[in-house]
Design a protein around this ligand. Structure first.
Ligand SMILES: *Cc1c(COP(=O)(O)O)cnc(C)c1O
Length: 425
């Protein structure tokens, strides 16, 4: 990376403060409401709250709902919100306006996309996914197999970084490949254009899961000639807990794409109330029913903030932050505590998180959280730190490693209270 300070053995907190002072994205931090004394490194799981969100949602409740009532479906543009807010996602994923629509949860959008994709390749009897995928992707694909394999079974082929590889399992019988662009556990990133090309070479269709990419790394779906994509908005995009997923389909498939869930909001003329389903001409066909307007209004605020952001600058800072973290772990933690960096060191293969393999990771993370450094734990043995350049500073990185070193040195994590497991880790 370009940051000259990185790689110097005697990196100190003052150097980090100097990097913060020179950071072109520094002003965005004051646009978020973060609690004092917290180093928040879990924006890859639930993004921070933008300052303007609460007042806007309040206004939607009191004015658009309270006063506007049913009229707001037209007057406040409620009916078209899944598309108008989707248009704000489009530039972040290399899509054109009118190509992205908001859905329900990512899980349901994956179902929508995977079924539509598989139906474009009738007669092909295999689907490919990664065994290390976020489990919901795999669980949803089981339903896709059940649904579309009722007559002739659909075979599932699983790939992983340790093999079998994509090239091992690709063949003319593969209908769909579902891949996560940035792995949720390790932060490993695929080369989207290259992988898409290999999938197309056998005539298969790709669905990209962008949950850990959107808002974290530049994404160019059209440039990569991708087929379908889905993603979360409550992680790097800061839409708030439960904010809706999004779905994108390439123009070349829209005419033939048949979503799994054919609800009235995806109908060509929903207010004709006809007996038969006819898909809307564009991406709106992937809509299902009445959208979650309050969640969408919170998302709209954060996406307006994102519209001011240069995603290339985010990527540059993200790589500097993750590189800084890795070099501090290498220098201070690995030699004494055997902590292993499992995230790729090669920047082109890394998203915006760093995961460390360490035994007793769960207890160590609980002790860190008690000390105000919030990351998370992913079974069986990874502690995960997400770096969100809009509100993570270089001194945050320094302080997080300091606190982690203190937790390891003192052995405080051995105290029994840190072993108690919550429902969510
Ligand atoms: C976070 C995440 C999801 C979440 O799915 P929801 O249905 O929104 O809960 C799905 N896939 C991946 C890869 C994720 O990282």
């Amino acid at each position: 990376m370009t940051t000259p300070a990185l790689g110097r053995p005697a990196l100190d907190r003052e150097t980090c403060a100097a990097l913060d002072a020179a950071d072109p994205l520094a002003s965005f931090r004051s646009r978020f409401s973060l609690p004092r004394g917290v180093v928040y490194l879990d924006g890859n799981s639930l993004g921070a709250l933008p300052n303007d969100t609460a007042a806007h949602v309040q206004r939607v409740i009191t004015e658009e709902w309270g006063t506007g009532l049913i009229r707001s479906w037209n007057d406040a543009g409620w009916f078209t919100k899944p598309q108008t807010v989707g248009d704000l996602v489009a530039p972040l994923i290399g899509a054109d306006p009118g190509q992205v629509v908001l859905g329900d949860s990512t899980s349901s959008s994956i179902f929508q996309a995977a079924v539509a994709a598989a139906r474009l390749r009738p007669g092909r009897r295999a689907i490919v996914a990664e065994s290390g995928s976020f489990p919901t992707d795999l669980y949803v694909l089981e339903s896709v197999q059940e649904l579309l394999g009722a007559g002739v079974p659909l075979e599932r082929r699983l790939i992983s970084d340790d093999g079998p590889t994509l090239d091992d399992v690709l063949g003319e019988d593969v209908a769909v490949v579902v891949l996560t662009h940035v792995d949720y556990r390790t932060g490993r990133m695929h080369d989207m254009a290259d992988v898409t090309r290999r999938i197309h070479a056998v005539g298969a269709v790709v669905v990209w899961d962008l949950c850990h990419s959107v808002g974290a790394v530049p994404v160019d779906l059209i440039g990569a000639d991708a087929d379908f994509a889905v993603g979360c908005t409550y992680k790097y995009l800061n839409g708030g807990p439960g904010s809706p997923s999004f779905i994108w389909a390439s123009e070349k498939h829209l005419r033939d794409a048949r979503p799994a869930l054919t609800g009235w909001h995806g109908h060509a003329k929903p207010f004709d109330f006809t007996v038969d389903y006819a898909p809307a001409p564009g991406i709106e066909r992937f809509r299902v029913g009445t959208p979650q307007l309050l969640s969408m209004s919170a998302l709209e605020v954060s996406l307006r903030l994102w519209a001011e952001v240069d995603v290339d600058a985010v990527r540059e800072k993200s790589l500097c932050l993750t590189e800084l973290f890795i070099s501090l772990v290498d220098a201070r933690l690995t030699p004494r505590w055997g902590v292993e960096v499992v995230t790729p060191r090669e920047s082109a293969r890394r998203g915006s998180q760093v995961s460390l393999r360490v035994s007793h990771g769960y207890e160590i993370m609980q002790a860190l959280i008690e000390r105000g450094v919030i990351g998370d734990f992913r079974a069986p043995d990874l502690i995960r730190f997400g770096f969100t350049p809009l509100y993570t500073s270089y001194t945050d990185v320094w302080d997080a490693v300091d606190v982690l070193e203190g937790v390891l040195d003192s052995g405080v994590w051995r105290e029994p209270r840190f072993a108690r497991r919550g429902t969510v880790t």
